[in-house]
Design a protein around this ligand. Structure first.
Ligand SMILES: CC(C)(COP(=O)(O)OP(=O)(O)OC[C@H]1O[C@@H](n2cnc3c(N)ncnc32)[C@H](O)[C@@H]1OP(=O)(O)O)[C@@H](O)C(=O)NCCC(=O)NCCS
Length: 232
């Protein structure tokens, strides 16, 4: 595929065309280096879990897909997703998905876009591609996690139709021994959307408030003026 984008260069936007295709096994080391470098450059490290090469790539080797976005030969974006076997994925267990629901489940592991290429909606566009690809293979339910203050990611996933269903501390590591907060977002494209009658708005940092609303049966599904919309 070819995707037209604008690249930031010396303070200007330069039109360019990305070559977008699935990553091959021989390119995995390049993917690991790209994701790790972008992760290390993030001002908020808790937005993106640090992984060793083995941890990062194992799900790919077990049947995952990585969409790579290349400018000339340079990797500038990745969209990584997997198809977990039913009853094996901890997030599916947290959401108490039935075995039937888990059969068609794709896990959206990560999206990383090089800063010079951000602002082209590549997270959203790569999701649209993923959804069509996964759907033709029988996957119509999607699960992912996002840090509550990762507003760029949250906006994109709300635009795609995802809803926040849970909030938990996940991914314990040496760097973050108590884990990091993550919204767990879910979407079932075959299911008719619920009709909501009640709305509340909370700041992303309001963890207590979000936990309370989730407990009361609210889901998060929108972002405006720096606040998350919660509906019931
Ligand atoms: C989340 C991410 C993939 C979104 O990239 P994207 O698809 O290019 O973002 P969008 O096109 O929706 O960007 C919308 C706006 O937010 C800005 N923006 C996006 N991500 C930004 C970031 N991390 N920091 C500052 N501004 C950012 C864009 O420049 C754009 O601004 P504009 O409208 O003035 O041009 C990207 O920010 C990223 O790679 N972040 C680091 C990794 C990460 O957090 N991944 C998600 C969890 S797996």
């Amino acid at each position: 595929m070819k995707w037209d984008v604008n690249k930031k260069e010396n303070g200007k936007l330069i039109p360019t065309t990305l070559d977008v295709r699935m990553i091959d096994t021989v390119e995995l080391n390049q993917v690991y280096i790209f994701i790790s470098e972008q992760r290390n450059a993030l001002p908020r490290k808790e937005f993106f879990a640090k992984e060793t090469e083995e941890e990062m790539l194992r799900p790919f080797i077990e049947g995952g897909v990585i969409l790579g976005m290349f400018d000339e030969k340079k990797l500038v974006g990745t969209r990584y997703f997997t198809f977990p076997k039913p009853d094996t994925h901890p997030l599916a267990k947290l959401l108490k998905l039935t075995m039937e629901e888990q059969k068609g489940l794709a896990y959206l592991k990560s999206t990383v876009i090089h800063p010079d290429y951000r602002g082209n909606k590549l997270q959203y566009r790569s999701y649209q591609w993923l959804m069509e690809y996964a759907y033709t293979m029988g996957y119509d339910r999607y699960i992912t996690t996002i840090h509550p203050e990762n507003n760029y990611s949250l906006k994109n996933m709300f635009d795609a139709g995802f809803e926040i269903r849970e909030l938990q501390r996940l991914y314990n590591s040496e760097e973050f021994p108590n884990g990091v907060w993550r919204f767990i977002l879910y979407m079932d494209i075959a299911k008719e959307k619920d009709k909501y009658v009640e709305n509340q708005w909370l700041s992303p940092e309001d963890i207590e408030g979000a936990l309370r609303l989730l407990n009361e049966g609210f889901v998060g599904n929108g972002y405006e003026n720096g606040k998350i919309r919660w509906c019931k």
